[in-house]
Design a protein around this ligand. Structure first.
Ligand code: HAM
Length: 429
């Protein structure tokens, strides 16, 4: 087909989520919300844009996100604003702004919505993508880390997502990390000349980021670099041991991955990612960790925190592959009618069914039954309710089971009762 140069299309790296896919998104979100609710998380909604400084100070000016991926713009009053590339910093800001920080105790928030990063688009990577995330603020107890990972384990189980691996690490704290970064930097100085241009640059700007490098030739060199777990202070190594033994007791499997330092600077201690082997190179389904120093980075008092964000786009790809939530988006009942009197009976039946929450479609203009049945089939209807003038006279409907082809008569007065019974017997649609 000729491409009309004048027609405006979606911006590169963005996309529309249309039915029936949008239905699956809703289902996955519902399952996530139910589990988050069971674990005591409550929803928080923060603005889509924030002061640029919020992300610069929390995510870190030398990270890829801040240095080259943010959608920042100058507002009319000259202030620099940014479309949020992530939401943890916003949640912490809201916690401080609202005064919730002064209430003491632990607060558990969750959020969902679009994030924006100007990355190179590819499978599983978009410039507008969606996250469902959660944050626990006000405690550094290792049980928080374990409970959050336990909740994620349950979520994967509910969605039948196998082929997932939990990668776990500790990145230490402001006491022990500087010594590690120094050791890393001095090791890098002797090997950087053999590495890619990004690694050479990062050796001086942000040596921890070298550990994220995916260039195949650099991998053996990176494997030989010092490991952060050997540099943890006694508090951090005690915390990490408590987290791993909590996971062991719950029989949650994990792989300790010393290279997992994550792409955001605010992390302290526990960091984690869950990868899925069916997703190709963008295989991180979700990522998170502890950020006990984040509040201070944005001018707040010390606040302990831990959280994660699921990349919903990738999550949906994995759910689709698993097939566990495959669902028909078609109507449960298609109402076919012919004749003026039948039309009124059909509209009445459709109204009743819809009030009951039964997904119902009805044709607006008269068409013959053959055409109606063909349409019902095309739409994937579970049943077709048929009413002509003869049925109106006899006070009944015909109901056709579109899976078995069986057709039966239904007294009009028993329509809802019969439909409820059929629906209960049939597999969820
Ligand atoms: P993140 O690792 O940058 O962490 O993002 C979390 C997840 O979002 C990733 O694992 C991935 O699934 C998804 N994601 C990231 N970028 C893209 C993209 N361009 N296209 C599609 N999906 C993407 C954070 O954002 C932290 N705020 C997580 C967190 C919460 N840490 C503590 N609390």
């Amino acid at each position: 087909m000729a491409r009309n140069a004048d027609r405006i299309r979606a911006v590169k790296g963005t996309r529309d989520i249309l039915p029936p896919e949008s239905r699956l998104w809703l289902k996955v979100e519902e399952i996530c919300r139910d589990i988050l609710d069971a674990y005591g998380f409550q929803e928080i909604r923060t603005p889509i844009f924030e002061e640029t400084e919020l992300f610069a100070r929390s995510v870190g000016t030398n990270t890829d996100i801040v240095s080259k991926e943010m959608y920042s713009f100058e507002d009319r009053d000259g202030r620099s604003l940014t479309l949020r590339p992530e939401a943890t910093a916003s949640v912490m800001r809201a916690y401080l702004d609202s005064g919730a920080v002064n209430q003491g105790g632990v607060k558990k928030y969750y959020y969902s919505g679009p994030m924006f990063r100007r990355e190179r688009p590819q499978k599983g990577r978009f410039r507008q993508f969606y996250q469902i995330g959660a944050e626990v603020l006000g405690s550094d107890h290792p049980t928080v880390d374990v409970e959050v990972l336990e909740m994620l384990d349950l979520l994967l189980e509910r969605l039948s997502l196998t082929d997932c691996v939990l990668l776990l690490n500790s990145v230490g704290c402001s006491t022990c990390r500087p010594a590690y970064v120094e050791a890393l930097q001095s090791s890098l100085e002797s090997v950087a000349s053999k590495m890619c241009a990004d690694c050479r640059r990062r050796t001086s700007t942000n040596p921890l980021r070298v550990l994220d490098c995916k260039v195949p030739a650099d991998q053996p060199i990176i494997e030989g670099l010092p490991k952060i777990l050997d540099y943890l202070c006694s508090e951090c190594s005690g915390h990490f041991r408590a987290v791993t033994s909590g996971l062991d007791r719950r029989k949650i499997r994990y792989t300790i991955t010393p290279r997992l330092v994550r792409g955001l600077d605010y992390y302290t201690r526990t960091t984690f990612e869950i990868t899925h082997s069916g997703l190709g190179s963008q295989n991180a389904l979700l990522g998170g960790g502890r950020y006990d120093g984040l509040s201070e980075l944005i001018g707040g008092p010390p606040v302990k925190g831990l959280g994660f964000a699921i990349g919903e786009d990738r999550f949906l790809m994995a759910v689709e592959r698993s097939g566990a939530l495959a669902s028909s988006a078609g109507p449960e009942v298609f109402v076919a009618w012919m004749g003026e009197e039948a039309r009124e009976a059909a509209l009445g039946a459709a109204r009743q069914l819809r009030r009951e929450g039964i997904r119902t479609e009805i044709v607006f203009d008269p068409v013959n039954f053959k055409k109606s049945l063909a349409l019902a089939n095309k739409m994937g209807a579970r049943w077709t309710l048929i009413v002509g003038d003869d049925e109106v006279k006899r006070g009944l409907f015909q109901i056709k089971d579109m899976q078995t082809g069986q057709q039966e008569e239904l007294p009009a007065g028993r329509l809802m009762e019969e439909m409820r019974a059929r629906r209960n017997k049939s597999a969820p649609v």
